[in-house]
Design a binder for this molecule. Structure first.
Ligand SMILES: Cc1cc2nc3c(=O)[nH]c(=O)nc-3n(C[C@H](O)[C@H](O)[C@H](O)COP(=O)(O)OP(=O)(O)OC[C@H]3O[C@@H](n4cnc5c(N)ncnc54)[C@H](O)[C@@H]3O)c2cc1C
Length: 334
């Protein structure tokens, strides 16, 4: 454990943005973190860097969480309770659970990043959000240097949201997360193209392994691989609008895509709106909007974070002008 100076962050963020961290260190247990915490600089906890856009050099201390370990805590008739270190790779953890027939995480296969960031924005995909599997987490308050346990209620989960993105932004380092997984699976196959993919794969008997494989195939065919093109997945959230606005828009745009929320508002597909504004496949220099998925902004090589941020502003403006809907960024802007 050593604090390094002036470290390039290019290999620490999936957008592959070149910026410099004034100070940088990894930590692999809470004691190391406690030694590193400093009042002198702003601090930022880093996981896999797959949900961040660096728009400037970071004049502070970046602490990369590398706490490892997966433990089966206990089980009852229906559930098994599993704890994973925040620095465990998310997909590897999902596969670990699937191999043991612990069900629930299969729809969340292949989401980049680490376990510690999964509650941050309540990661979700193909009809499942981490909230539904979450049990609790342990986090260290960076200024108080005190350990806290957060239950599901404490986390205040929402759509791509939690208390850690709001009230407690940058205040805690999540050290480990516990999940409650089912011994007998409840399958979620109605969302997206899962059913079709299972048919294409010729699956006769449904299993969590088959669902995971189907999700992996779909994701590989639809989303750009950050190893090939820098990106952070969906750049924007899908906005929710009042039913009256949805109905008015639907008259003007009969192919508008919308899903009803529990509170009666309608969630619109941000990607569809961005595409309708003509951004899909747009490229200027090394900055662009992906050709297959308009929700994903990309760095083709040497784009700057500010350029990607600027493109996102133009997209927000044009969607607002055309549909009267304000898009919100999902990616954390640093
Ligand atoms: C190709 C691609 C596809 C994606 N698909 C999805 C998807 O389907 N669904 C989805 O929800 N997301 C998706 N994402 C976004 C991203 O993978 C998730 O948000 C993931 O959870 C981020 O994990 P990370 O470890 O990379 O976090 P980072 O990007 O390193 O950090 C994200 C935020 O969390 C904070 N943070 C990270 N770890 C900790 C910690 N231990 N303690 C405190 N704060 C911490 C950081 O400070 C930052 O604010 C995708 C990204 C890519 C590149």
């Amino acid at each position: 454990m050593m604090i390094q100076e002036n470290i390039s962050l290019r290999n620490y963020n999936t957008f592959r943005i070149e910026t410099i961290a004034r100070h940088f260190s990894t930590f692999s247990d809470p004691e190391e973190l406690l030694e590193l915490i400093s009042d002198k600089f702003p601090m930022l906890i880093l996981g896999g860097g797959s949900n961040m856009l660096f728009t400037r050099n970071f004049d502070g201390l970046i602490l990369k969480n590398e706490i490892k370990g997966i433990d089966e805590l206990h089980e009852d008739e229906e559930y098994v309770y599993v704890r994973a270190g925040a620095g465990e790779n998310w997909h590897a953890f999902v596969q670990y659970c699937i191999h043991r027939n612990w069900a629930g995480l299969e729809n969340l296969s292949l989401i980049p990043g680490n376990v510690g960031a999964s509650p941050m924005q309540n990661i979700g995909a193909y009809g499942v959000e981490v909230e539904s599997l979450f049990w609790d987490l342990e986090a260290l308050h960076l200024r108080e240097k005190k350990l806290y346990t957060f239950t599901k209620t404490d986390c205040q989960f929402g759509y791509r949201d939690s208390v850690f993105k709001n009230k407690f932004k940058n205040e805690f380092a999540i050290l480990n997360v516990s999940f409650r997984l089912r011994k007998k699976p409840v399958f979620h196959t109605s969302y997206g193209a899962i059913q079709q993919e299972l048919e294409r794969m010729g699956v006769k008997e449904l299993s969590i392994q088959a669902i995971s494989e189907a999700v992996i195939h779909i994701r590989r065919s639809k989303l750009p691989d950050p190893e090939e093109i820098g990106n952070a997945g969906s750049f924007f959230k899908n906005p929710s609008v009042p039913k009256v606005l949805y109905e008015a828009l639907k008259i003007k745009y009969p192919d508008l895509v919308g899903y009803i929320n529990a509170d009666g508002t309608i969630k619109l597909a941000a990607g569809w709106m961005i595409e309708k504004c003509g951004w899909k496949g747009y490229r200027s220099g090394d900055t662009g909007c992906h050709a297959k998925q308009a929700l994903v902004l990309v760095n083709y090589g040497n784009a700057k974070g500010e350029e990607i941020l600027e493109l996102s502003e133009k997209i927000i403006k044009s969607v607002k002008e055309k549909f009267g809907v304000e898009l919100e960024r999902e990616v954390n802007i640093i």
